[in-house]
Design a binder for this molecule. Structure first.
Ligand SMILES: [Zn+2]
Length: 82
């Protein structure tokens, strides 16, 4: 992990403004969901990518009843129907 060369202050509501250059570089636009991870003493921000509720895969994920399911798990569930 390397520093981005930017220091920002947290405001009264806990918000931090991400520099435009970083938002552009990491394709973060207004309204995009961002997921927050913690690792030791670090807080990590990533663009949110839906994961399969069953296996955690991010490949070929479809939304079904407000949950995300990958193609492999959908196929496995289809076999159960037979
Ligand atoms: Zn899955």
């Amino acid at each position: 992990m390397k520093p981005a060369g930017v220091v920002r202050k947290v405001d009264q509501l806990g918000r931090i403004v991400l520099p435009k250059s970083l938002r552009k570089r990491y394709l973060m636009n207004e309204g995009d969901p961002v997921e927050i991870f913690v690792q030791g003493d670090h807080i990590i921000l990533e663009r949110y990518r839906p994961k399969c509720v069953f296996c955690g895969s991010m490949a070929e994920v479809s939304e079904f009843k407000e949950r995300y399911v990958c193609g492999v798990c959908l196929e496995e569930m289809a076999v159960l129907q037979q």
